[in-house]
Design a protein around this ligand. Structure first.
Ligand code: ADP
Ligand code: MG
Length: 497
């Protein structure tokens, strides 16, 4: 057994009294690619930030090549040879490729100005040595996202990193870009560097890693060599069997109730948008909730945006009520009978305006045309507030004073008044407490039972399982699987994604 390059023992980390990591052990060997998996919130990023010197207050010990280390900053960690590519890229789109490679360490001429010629030459040489084909003089922002990511990795390597941490790097990459990333990672390992690779894409993890560690609820669950495990093993360890509330966790499959006889309200054929989703053919029926599940970057959020005309699909057709429509702008989508509640509700709602205005905003045009009467608005809103149990039940309160869950109820409430044909919900219960989630489920069911076709897109299995009558799973931009009239749980969803 080769000795560990990096060794962590008994690492715990709290955020304001909440444990993100609980006595975690972790080992990285020289020259290995170590996959790290776990559900959202399992503590993966937190541990990586400890290794990379971003979080400096924690319990436990860290050894690097057998010596105890205690980083006081990310710079300390960099100097010790540890580089991290964060989930959000930190390269600068408005600078050139060469400037990004050198970020923070530009070579200077004798008179103290930046030595552009040298920078370009060295960047070109560095990129060529990594097999990255990019013009050093090009503006980074003009390059495809996948290439930008490779350049961020190049930057981390250029700063001398021997240990490279990649936190969910594949979520925005297309299959050829992922192949390119993987061949770069393999070459780096052959050259003696070590890599920690975090991803939700378990097939990717199994394809690239030598060994895999699973985290669950801030704890280290298992570490195994890739040859001795499979995807089912990973999922089982990620989800666990020790849930206190089985119904809530959806470990136990639920039965889907599809409605194949109801009329189709919205239908797409081979809808596509380069880099986001391809060949999406789906139908939503009256009175059904179609759940579209996928990991972040699988294309379902973009699909939802393009159905509502926030993004223009490049290929394919959309029919609403049997009639072909050209979407592409939100006003056209709305005229065609679609409604959309986006993942960030801030953009839809007016936080400083009172609750009653937010409830009636979509019918405001209608009211204004007839007669502009705040009193009428307030009457409608008052009824909704009561119906939906919006708390506190005061129509005149600014919306911003309500909790996220209650704001979401307000966002849904207005569609009870002005019934769309199809309602598209993106991440409808993200970040909510259990009570607010149940309220949202109730409202969505009610809208459904009134005959509205509902599309719910989410990266959370629980959200999809609690709402959907039928489920499509998207994987890297395409529909990978449909679940209808059958039993499905978290396990099956994760395995299909
Ligand atoms: N800066 C922070 N402040 C407060 N809580 C945090 C912070 N970073 C992470 N957490 C919490 O710690 C837990 C683990 O988060 P994280 O390490 O990001 O998980 P993962 O990367 O596995 O999804 C989560 O419950 C998260 O909400
Ligand atoms: Mg993370």
């Amino acid at each position: 057994m080769p000795e560990s390059l990096l060794e962590l023992r008994g690492v715990s980390k709290n955020f304001g009294g909440v444990a993100a990591l609980h006595e975690v052990d972790f080992d990285l060997k020289a020259g290995e690619i170590h996959g790290l998996v776990g559900e959202n919130g399992a503590g993966k990023s937190t541990l990586m930030k400890i290794i990379a010197g971003v979080h400096t207050a924690y319990e436990g010990r860290m050894h690097l090549v057998g010596r105890p280390v205690s980083f006081r900053s990310a710079r300390d960690a960099r100097e010790a040879g540890i580089g991290m590519v964060h989930q959000e890229l930190s390269v600068v789109p408005t600078l050139t490729v060469a400037e990004n490679v050198f970020l923070g360490s530009q070579p200077l001429t004798r008179i103290g100005t930046i030595d552009w010629a040298r920078m370009q030459n060295e960047a070109a040489r560095h990129l060529a040595s990594l097999g990255i084909d990019a013009d050093p003089a090009a503006l980074l922002g003009s390059l495809p996202l996948g290439l930008q990511q490779l350049i961020e990795i190049a930057r981390v390597l250029f700063s001398g990193a021997r240990i490279i941490i990649l936190d969910e790097p594949t979520s925005a990459l297309s299959p050829p870009e992922i192949e390119r990333l993987f061949s770069l990672l393999r070459r780096l390992c052959e050259a003696g560097r070590s890599i920690i690779f975090i991803s939700h894409f378990l097939d990717d993890i199994l394809a690239i890693s030598n060994s895999v560690t699973v985290f669950r609820n801030g704890r280290h669950v298992a570490t195994e060599a890739v040859g001795s495990i499979d995807k089912a093993w990973l999922i089982e360890n990620m989800i666990g069997r020790d849930h206190e509330d089985l119904a809530q966790s959806y470990v136990k499959p639920i039965m889907l109730a599809s409605r194949p006889e109801a009329p189709v309200l919205l239908e797409t054929k081979e809808l596509g948008h380069a880099g986001s989703f391809q060949d999406v053919s789906l139908a939503v029926r009256a009175g059904e909730v179609l759940g579209i599940y996928g990991f972040l970057g699988s294309g379902q959020l973009e699909l939802a945006r393009s159905l509502f005309g926030k993004m223009r699909a490049e290929r394919g057709t959309v029919r609403i009520g049997g009639r072909r429509v050209r979407l592409g702008t939100t006003s056209r989508a709305r005229r065609a009978g679609l409604a959309f509640v986006p993942e960030s509700r801030r953009s839809m709602l007016f936080a400083h305006e009172p609750v009653y205005k937010n409830v009636s905003i979509s019918i405001l045009q209608h009211i204004a045309r007839v007669l502009l009467r705040p009193a009428a608005e307030r009457v409608i809103a008052g009824a909704r507030i009561k119906e939906l149990d919006i708390r506190p039940p005061r129509a005149t309160l600014p919306l911003g004073a309500l909790s996220g869950g209650n704001q979401q109820k307000v966002a849904l409430a207005k569609w009870l008044t002005r019934k769309p044909k199809v309602l598209i919900l993106s991440e409808p219960t993200r970040g909510m407490d259990v009570g607010a989630k149940e309220d949202v489920v109730r409202i969505v069911r009610r809208l459904r039972d009134e005959g509205i076709g509902i599309i719910v897109v989410s990266t959370e299995p629980e959200t999809i399982l609690s709402l959907a009558d039928r489920i499509l799973v998207m994987k890297k931009g395409v529909i990978a699987r449909e679940f209808a009239s059958e039993a499905v749980g978290k396990n099956e969803l994760l395995a299909a994604a």
